[in-house]
Write a protein that binds this ligand. Structure first.
Ligand code: HEC
Ligand code: HEC
Length: 296
C-alpha cells in the first residue's frame, strides 16, 4: 500500500510539474492570508503570525519538556505556517495496545503519548520498556487552509462514514475529532492550545495570555490554500480512487482532500504495533494531503 502510494504520488507530481496556473486571478502563494478577509481579520492574521513565530525560553515558560522553541521553527517551509524540513521538526509518538480493554494506552504516566525530545533541565523521559510498545515518527504538515476544517458541518463528515472503512472519531464528550493525525481534537482552538503545551511546554493562561492563544488560532484559521494548478493529475487521482478518502471537498467547502474519518492503512503507515488485530484501537489515521499535494 505504501509503495503504491509512493508510485502514484510520483505520477501525480509529474503531471503537476507540467501544469500551468488555473486562474487569471492573483495567485495565492504559500503563507498568504485567505483572500477577502476584513481589515480586522487581516490584522489578527498578522498579529497571530507574530505569536506563531515567538521564540520561548525557560524564562518565558519554555518546558520543562519541549520539542522545539516556537510554532514557526517547525512549521516554516516554504513559508511561515508551512511544513517541517529538518530532523528536529519530527515528533515521537508511542502507545501500547491494551488487550484486555481493547483500547489504546497513550502512556501518559510515562510521559506519552508525545515523547518530547528536549528538557530545560536534565533529560526528557525515554520510551518505557514495554511489551507491545508501538512507536512512530510524525513529520510536520503544512497548515495552509487547514483551519477551515473547523467549518465542516458534522453531517458532511458522517455522510461518508463506512466508505473504505472510514469512521468518525467520536470523543468522550460526543463531539467529532477532526484535528491531528488521529483526529484527536474537535476544534482548531483546542488543538492549538495542545500544541503550545505539548511542543513547547507553554500553558495558557499562566505562560501565554488567552488573547495571544486566540491570535495564534486566527493566524492558522486565516492562512490561505495556495492557488491550485491545472489538474492533469486530478483525473488520475479520481480514476484510481484516491479521492474516496482524500475527498476533494466536503459539502462544497474548501479543497482539503480529506474525509476527516479514521482509516486503517496497515502496519507500514502506523504509529504502533503491526499485528492486524491491534490496529483499529492504536493506529488508525485521518487522511491528509498537506502542502503541494493539496494543490492537485
Ligand atoms: C516540534 C515541531 C512542532 C512544533 C513546535 C509545532 N508543531 Fe504543529 N505539528 C507538528 C507535527 C509533527 C504535526 C502532526 C501531528 C499530528 O498530525 O498529530 C503538527 C500538526 C499541527 C496541526 C494539525 C494539522 C492537522 O492536520 O490537523 C496544527 C493546527 C498545528 N500543528 C499547529 C501548531 C501550532 C499553532 C504550533 C505552536 C503552538 C505548533 N503547531 C507547533 C510539529 C510541530
Ligand atoms: C483508504 C483511504 C485512503 C485511500 C484510498 C488513499 N489514501 Fe492517501 N492517506 C490516507 C490516510 C489515512 C493518510 C494519512 C496516513 C498517516 O497519517 O499515516 C494518507 C496519506 C497520504 C499522503 C501523505 C500526505 C501528507 O501530507 O503527509 C499522500 C501523499 C497520499 N495519502 C496520497 C494518496 C494517493 C496518491 C492515493 C491514491 C493512490 C491515496 N492516497 C489513497 C488514506 C487513504
Amino acid at each position: 500500500m505504501r509503495h503504491r502510494h509512493a508510485v502514484l504520488a510520483g505520477l501525480l507530481a509529474l503531471g503537476l510539474a507540467t501544469a500551468t496556473p488555473a486562474s487569471s486571478q492573483a495567485p495565492l502563494a504559500p503563507g498568504d492570508p485567505r483572500p477577502n478577509l476584513s481589515r480586522g481579520q487581516l490584522d489578527r492574521f498578522q498579529r497571530g503570525k507574530v505569536v506563531f513565530q515567538r521564540v520561548f525560553t525557560p524564562e518565558t515558560g519554555l518546558g520543562p519538556l519541549f520539542n522545539n522553541t516556537s510554532c514557526a521553527v517547525c512549521h516554516d517551509q516554504p513559508a511561515v505556517g508551512g511544513s517541517g524540513f529538518e530532523d528536529d521538526d519530527i515528533e515521537t509518538h508511542a502507545s501500547v495496545f491494551d488487550q484486555t480493554a481493547g483500547t489504546c494506552d497513550q502512556l501518559e504516566a510515562a510521559g506519552g503519548p508525545v515523547f518530547r525530545h528536549n528538557a530545560t533541565t536534565g533529560n526528557p523521559p525515554g520510551l518505557p520498556p514495554s511489551a507491545g510498545l508501538g512507536m512512530g515518527h510524525r513529520t510536520t504538515p503544512a497548515l495552509f487552509g487547514m483551519g477551515r476544517i473547523d467549518e465542516v458541518p458534522d453531517a458532511a463528515i458522517l455522510a461518508n462514514e463506512g466508505q473504505l472503512g472510514g469512521r468518525a472519531h467520536r470523543l468522550a464528550d460526543g463531539r467529532i475529532g477532526r484535528f491531528g493525525r488521529k483526529a484527536t481534537d474537535a476544534t482548531l482552538a483546542e488543538f492549538t492550545q495542545g500544541a503550545f503545551a505539548t511542543e513547547m511546554g507553554i500553558d495558557v493562561p499562566s505562560e501565554l495570555v488567552a488573547n495571544d492563544l486566540a491570535l495564534t488560532v486566527d493566524f492558522v484559521r486565516f492562512l490561505g490554500l495556495p492557488t491550485r494548478l491545472n489538474r492533469p493529475g486530478g483525473a488520475l487521482f479520481h480514476l484510481v480512487g484516491c479521492d474516496q478518502c482524500h475527498t476533494p471537498s466536503l459539502s462544497g467547502g474548501p479543497p482539503l482532500y480529506t474525509d476527516l474519518l479514521l482509516h486503517d492503512l496497515g502496519p507500514n503507515t502506523t504509529d504502533a504495533q503491526p499485528a492486524w488485530a491491534r490496529r483499529s484501537a492504536c493506529t488508525a489515521a485521518r487522511p491528509r494531503l498537506s502542502s503541494g499535494a493539496s494543490r492537485i
